[in-house]
Structure formats: C-alpha cells, structure tokens
Write a protein that binds this ligand. Structure first.
Ligand SMILES: *Cc1c(COP(=O)(O)O)cnc(C)c1O
Length: 380
C-alpha cells in the first residue's frame, strides 16, 4: 500500500493552521466512512447533487448550495455564472469566444482585496476592474466603475482585509438594486458558525467556503452558498455536464464527505475548542516567557483575520537567527514541525489543529532552537 512511510514522506506536526500546503485539515473518521460507502455504488449524479445541495442549503440557512472542488473552484464557477446567468446562448458564446463574446464580462474588485489566486476570475474570461487603493476606497469609485459591462463584484471577506475596502453592506446596497451579483470569497472565514449565513443576509448572492479547512471535509471540496437563481446559474457550468467548469467537478465521495463534515461541524462544541486553543496559547506564552531575549505575546485575531488566538515569539537581531532559519530547523527535526514566519525575527505558533500533547513537543523543540549554543552565527 502506498502510505506516507513507503513514499518516504514524513508527516509534520502542524503548529501553523488549516494550510492548503500542509493538506488543509484532517477529516473525522465518520467523514471517511461516509466517503467509503459512497464510493461503493453508482448513483445518478444530478440526483445526488440536488439532494446534497438541498441539505447543505438548509443546514447553512441559504436558499441554494453547490459542492465544488474548493473555494477557488467556487470563484471560477461563480464568475462564469455572473457573466451568463442561466442564459444558454450566453453560455455557448462564452465557451466559443471567451468573455469578449459576452455583454457582461467585467468583475469589480477592491484593490485592497487583490489576493494570490484571485486570477481564476480572468481564467473564467472576465476582466478585473479595480477600485480604490490598498489603503482606502470611496463610494464614488465603486459607482464610477459600474458600466453596462459589469457582471459582478468579488468581495474578499476577513477582518484583515476590511480596512481598505467599502463595507460589504454598502456594496450590496448599491449593486443589489441594479441586479449585479456580489460574490463573497469567505474561504477561510470560519468560525464563527454564523458566517455561513451572515454574508448572504448582508446581501451577497454567492458565497464561497473551503471544504477542507475549518470544516474538515475533503481538501478537494468547497461550497457555493447563496441565492437560488445564482446557484442555478452556477450549476449550468459544472460537471457532470461537459462545460467550462468541468475542472471544478467533484465526485460522489466529496459531495457526501463534505455534507457529513458540515453536519458534524454544525454540532461541534466550538467554544470548547476555542477554550483549548486559548489554554495552549497561554501555556506557550508562559513557557517561552523566560527564554532569554525572547518576547512572547498572545495575538488576536489569528491568520486570515479569524477569531482565534495564536502566540507570537519575537527576538532581537543580536540572537543571529532569522525566522526563516528557525522555521527550517523546526521542519527538519524529528518529528518535523511547521510554523508560520511572522517577520525577520518572529514566528507565530498556532494551536488550531494540534493534537493534544503536540503543544509540548512544539515548545521544547522551538526552545531548543532558540537557545541552542551551536546555532548558526549571524547570517550574511
Ligand atoms: C484558502 C483560500 C482559497 C482557496 O480555497 P480552496 O478551497 O483551497 O480552493 C481562496 N480564497 C481564500 C481567501 C482562501 O483563504
């Protein structure tokens, strides 16, 4: 059997978070069991998609839902949907001639919201029209960018990107009455649980979440939630149909797996988990408090502006140790530890996805690296 061991790929302790580059998250065994069962039978995929969509829509208090191959796939599919609606002639023009063949092919984004990976919008055939600057955006800039070619506005959610952008409710209040859909990329914006319906309540038409991050579903899954007419327009483009977003297709296993993961997550005691993350963070702050030269603090919010604490360790340049070096040394230990570099002389430690007991392994190893007498001298 091809296992990590037989492949010579060593598992890592994850003190970083639900990072795609580390495999996202770990699926609960019930999710795996549901996927295994799903894999053993043939079904009508349209029927399955309808049934799963209905359940997910109801669980997340949305009119409609669709499982796709990730939040990024969701951005592709929702961009296509925004350009064509359910008009099959527009779908055909888009397939033959790209976005240039369409009446609506411009997607507005705040300049403060440009993130790595947002170019799947361009892959869909739309051109991105930027408004504002990285620091601030004015309402007249949004109003000035709307033309008859406008297909949608893509809004990236998260408190870390809020400052330079208009509030979501101002955006939806402006575009809603014009019939221009607002797509919210909320891939990593869980918890809190009510984010599953909050953006839709604030007027968003299509909202994207990753299935393989906080929800602990298959890493190759994601959700489009929102208004039924726009979800219908999304469904026009994806597999099992041989259409443009066929690459965003998911299997029966992902559909059933993500639904099961969502059911589990809706019942999970998120407060208890948050308390545990707080406890570990406090323990790290205490533990590293007496390491010479190291300043350790609890930081909040966490990665992607999420409401989770993490520990920040900072040390002066005189220690002659770069954060990149610390990260490398942690990675190559046994077991290897993955952490986030915060700056030239600082790292973040997150307890978000640690198993009980791993916090101590992380602590001793990082302390060892920070205090080791044979650590490398100042780097040039
Ligand atoms: C993780 C992330 C994505 C990509 O999500 P996938 O489910 O891996 O496709 C897109 N946008 C944002 C803001 C993300 O954090």
């Amino acid at each position: 059997m091809a296992t990590y061991e037989s492949l010579g790929v060593l598992p890592l302790i994850n003190a970083n978070g639900t990072m795609t580059a580390l495999g996202g998250s770990k699926m609960p065994t019930q999710v795996l069991a549901a996927m295994e069962q799903a894999s053993q039978h043939f079904v009508d995929m349209f029927e399955l998609q309808r049934a799963v969509s209905e359940q997910i829509a109801s669980l997340t208090r949305n009119e409609g839902a669709l499982v796709v191959a990730g939040a990024s796939a969701g951005l592709l599919v929702s961009s296509l949907a925004a350009m064509t609606g359910t008009d099959m002639r527009a779908v055909a023009r888009l397939e033959e001639h790209g976005g240039d063949g369409l009446d609506h092919n411009e997607i507005i984004m705040h300049r403060a919201h440009r993130i790595p990976g947002d170019n799947v919008i361009t892959l869909a055939g739309a051109s991105i029209v930027e408004i504002g600057n990285v620091m601030e955006t004015e309402m007249w800039e949004l109003e000035g960018a709307i033309t008859e070619r406008t297909a949608a506005l893509v809004y990236i959610a998260g408190s870390h990107l809020q400052e330079g952008a208009l509030p979501l409710t101002d955006v939806t209040a402006t575009l809603g009455p014009m019939g221009i859909p607002v797509i919210v990329d909320a891939a990593a914006q869980l918890p809190p649980r009510d984010n599953l319906w909050r953006y839709t309540e604030e007027g968003a038409d299509m909202v994207l979440f990753s299935g393989g991050k906080e929800l602990r579903g298959p890493q190759t899954s994601g959700l489009i939630l929102g208004r039924r007419d726009w979800i219908d327009a999304c469904a026009v483009h994806i597999g099992p149909l041989p259409r443009l977003a066929r690459p965003a297709k998911v299997g029966k296993e992902e559909m059933v797996g993500l639904l099961t993961a969502l059911e589990i997550w809706m019942e999970e005691d998120l407060d208890a988990r948050l308390r545990r993350i707080e406890e570990v963070t406090a323990w790290w702050v205490d533990y590293f408090g007496d390491v010479p030269g190291v300043v350790v603090t609890r930081e909040y919010p966490g990665e992607s502006g999420r409401p989770l604490p993490r520990a920040l360790l900072r040390w002066p340049a005189e220690l002659g140790l770069s954060a990149t070096k610390v990260s490398q040394l942690a990675r190559t230990g046994d077991p290897g530890i993955d952490l986030a570099v915060a700056g030239p002389g600082s790292i973040w430690l997150s307890a978000e996805v640690l198993d009980p007991g791993e916090e101590a392994l992380v602590a001793t190893r990082i302390r060892e690296i920070l205090t080791s007498s044979d650590r490398p001298g100042p780097e040039t």
